[in-house]
Design a protein around this ligand. Structure first.
Ligand code: BES
Ligand code: ZN
Ligand code: ZN
Length: 486
């Protein structure tokens, strides 16, 4: 959809639907002159007569016959509780209705959701609107929505330049989220490690300043990445380690984003049970979120140094597959006894994290659909957050709050590391029966001791199941905000 920022007065009569968010206080001051007085009176009467509450999900329509436009008031919930998450809920609900109509052109009044200090909400709005008619296009199905144009309307308190910038950044974030969603949804016979590395190379079209390097298995072998290679050896598909460097600034340490890119996780010889195994095509969502974030940042031309690293492999139980009990040597020199070949994410990530040290990261954050235990413990709403640095953890929490892309921190006590001890190597790749998300993170922490590192376990948040089954594109919006703010 095409977006434009507009000042009040100029839009009402040129669109099919004019959307106005209203809090539970039902005040309409923010609509300024864009809604003529008689409409305000009409709306107030309508609110009273039809018991409009302003709660999220509630909406009322009035017809402005004079200007030939429908004015659609939708609830934003309590003003004190307003946050990106609530905005997302409101937009999702109301757009479900708008998308079913014949409306082609809409306006959204953003006056009360934009603040002078933070622009991210306005940018996220575009992402939420785009999300409302996202369709995985493989089926070549027509979009249900006829929408093509959207005006974001505000009054004069926000400079037009700022609003225009928000529109453009919002579109870039939405593009990044869409890329992450598409990559997750593509079937695993197409989206294999080579496909992902080609997708990374395609990013060059977005911004020529990107430097993309694809490391193949021969090179990995020469660099001693025995752990990463132990995962792909049971598959016909060769592993790929891809780096995407975006370094517009000189002599500044980059933020490094590392993603788990298991394009399908059968479990390997420690084979997974059949039910829902198809969902393991989403096991590359960490890598997808890195590509989506890099796309958004490169499109925005941000003046920040960022490097994306994706560790791509397919975990299959072929005749050359790793056996439980095998011992491999990682790039760091640490030897690993592989007791469960289904704990493969940490095996590809540890070598990717060691390799990433060469970029001398300011911060390093990895994203991975790492453990079913994280999903069991936290459910599907927050991603699990782990870090060896309190300041970094706080900064990530702040970005999570700003974007509604929630995280919940879990501890990394010394005790968990004890569970990784074995008689046959430096460490083993699984912990005991309990706290599986944490022992997995503890494993990664062994490889990041010299860096300010955080890990996001996105096993519960990267995709939805059931009726809305599909990739969510999380945590792209969190990562974009993190890079922009740090
Ligand atoms: N990709 C899975 C984790 C996963 C499972 C994410 C279900 C989302 C839904 C990961 O590779 C895995 O299989 N982890 C094992 C670790 C265990 C063997 C220690 C798990 O969580 O069961
Ligand atoms: Zn696994
Ligand atoms: Zn996995």
């Amino acid at each position: 959809m095409d977006y434009k920022s507009l000042k009040t007065n100029t839009v009402v009569n040129k669109v099919d639907v004019y959307l106005i968010g209203v809090f539970t206080d039902k005040k309409l001051l923010h609509t300024g002159k864009s809604v003529i007085k008689s409409n305000i009176e009409l709306a107030k009467k309508c609110f009273v007569k039809n018991n409009f509450t302003g709660d999220i999900g509630d909406h009322r329509t009035i017809d402005d016959l004079e200007n030939n436009v429908q004015i659609l008031f939708f609830g934003l919930g309590k003003k004190e509780k307003f946050c990106p998450l609530n905005l997302n809920r409101s937009i999702k609900g109301i757009m479900k209705k708008v998308n079913k109509t014949n409306a082609v052109k809409i306006s959204v009044n953003v006056q009360n959701i934009i603040s002078k200090t933070s622009n991210i909400t306005c940018q996220l709005l575009i992402s939420y609107l785009e999300d409302s008619f996202y369709k995985y296009t493989f089926k070549k199905e027509k979009s249900i929505s006829k929408l093509r144009f959207c005006n974001l309307v505000s009054n004069n308190t926000i400079p037009n330049k700022v609003l225009r910038q928000n529109v453009s950044n919002g579109k870039s974030i939405a593009n990044g989220v869409r890329l992450a969603k598409d990559l997750g949804n593509i079937p695993p016979n197409i989206c294999n490690p080579t496909f992902l590395s080609n997708e990374a190379l395609k990013l060059k079209k977005i911004n020529k300043a990107l430097k993309i390097t694809v490391i193949n298995e021969t090179k990995m072998k020469s660099m001693g990445m025995g752990s990463l290679l132990s995962v792909s050896q049971g598959s016909k598909q060769p592993a790929k380690l891809v780096t995407i460097e975006y370094m517009p600034l000189r002599n500044k340490q980059p933020i490094v984003l590392v993603g788990k890119g298991i394009t399908f996780d059968t479990g390997g010889i420690s084979l997974k049970p059949s039910p829902n195994m198809d969902e393991m095509k989403y096991d590359m969502s960490g890598a997808g979120s890195v590509l989506g974030t890099m796309r958004a940042l490169a499109e925005m031309n941000v003046k920040k140094n960022v490097v994306g690293v994706i560790a791509c492999a397919e975990n299959m139980p072929g005749s050359q597959a790793t056996r439980p009990g095998d011992v491999v040597k990682s790039m760091s020199g640490i030897t690993i006894e592989i007791l469960n070949t289904d704990a493969e994410g940490r095996l590809v990530l540890c070598d990717a994290l060691t390799y990433s040290q060469k970029f001398n990261p300011k911060y390093i954050i990895d994203m991975a659909t790492l453990t079913g235990a994280c999903l069991v413990g936290l459910g599907k709403y927050p991603s699990g957050l782990f870090s060896n640095n309190n300041k970094l953890a706080e900064l990530i929490k702040k970005s999570a709050e700003m974007t509604g892309d929630r995280v919940w921190q879990l501890p990394l006590y010394d005790d968990y590391f004890e569970e990784l001890k074995t008689n046959f190597a430096d460490i083993q790749n699984i912990g005991g029966r309990y706290g599986g998300a944490i022992t997995a993170a503890a494993f990664l922490a062994k490889f990041t001791q010299d860096m300010k590192w955080a890990h996001l376990d996105i096993a519960g948040t990267a995709w939805e199941v059931g009726e809305n089954k599909g990739s969510t594109g999380r945590p792209v919006s969190l990562l974009v905000d993190f890079v922009l703010s740090n």
